[in-house]
Design a protein around this ligand. Structure first.
Ligand code: AMP
Length: 176
């Protein structure tokens, strides 16, 4: 299956959730059993030899492929959640959005020093959410941090938000 074929299965919803946004809906990928298997296989091949010990999924669309990938890699799964959702002691990170700021949190006992973590979300746009997750991860002093998104909106130049030591992979890239 080529990137074009995968792309054709992503539903584009204009003006959602607000006017001017071309929303990339990944539910149309996940509902197809062959594509779900294909995504799982591709992600597994990308990271099988990277000694990943934790897959970190970002709320909420990072909670779909994240645990599936963690299971295949023999890694644990860690949820990064919006403020106030996690019950135990958390580390937190704030990041700027178009209007105001947002906060994400992770449990303080989620990761041990020296682990190799793979951060996963459905989509990389400006990179603000994922870059904040990288800052959150640095509090644990991991050995390596990998970043993965199913979709990358290349024109928004999200990669510029990351230090050069962070490897970023995406499966489906849009020029617009
Ligand atoms: P950003 O922080 O700008 O990289 O935005 C990434 C986050 O916002 C991800 O969690 C995405 O799910 C969501 N997001 C941003 N833009 C879109 C879009 N055009 N379609 C779908 N989700 C998006």
């Amino acid at each position: 299956m080529t990137m074009e074929e995968l792309k054709n299965c992503v539903r584009n919803v204009p003006d959602f959730p607000i006017k001017g946004i071309q929303f990339k809906d990944v539910t149309t990928l996940f509902k197809n059993p062959q594509i779900l298997r294909e995504l799982s296989n591709r992600l597994y091949e990308m990271y099988r030899d990277k000694n990943i010990t934790k897959v970190v999924g970002i709320e909420s669309r990072g909670f779909i492929m994240g645990p599936l990938l963690a299971d295949r890699l023999g890694a644990g799964f860690i949820p990064v959640r919006k403020a106030g959702k996690l019950p135990a002691a958390v580390f937190e990170e704030t990041y700027g959005k178009e209007y105001g700021t947002d906060r994400i949190e992770v449990h303080q006992d989620a990761i041990e020093t020296g682990e190799t973590v793979l951060l996963h979300d459905d989509l990389l746009a400006t990179g603000g959410t994922m870059a904040a997750t990288v800052r959150l991860m640095r509090k644990f002093n991991p050995k390596n941090i990998y970043v993965n998104c199913l979709i990358e909106l290349e024109d928004l130049k999200g990669r510029a938000a990351f230090d050069p030591d962070i490897r970023i992979d995406s499966l489906i890239r849009y020029a617009i």
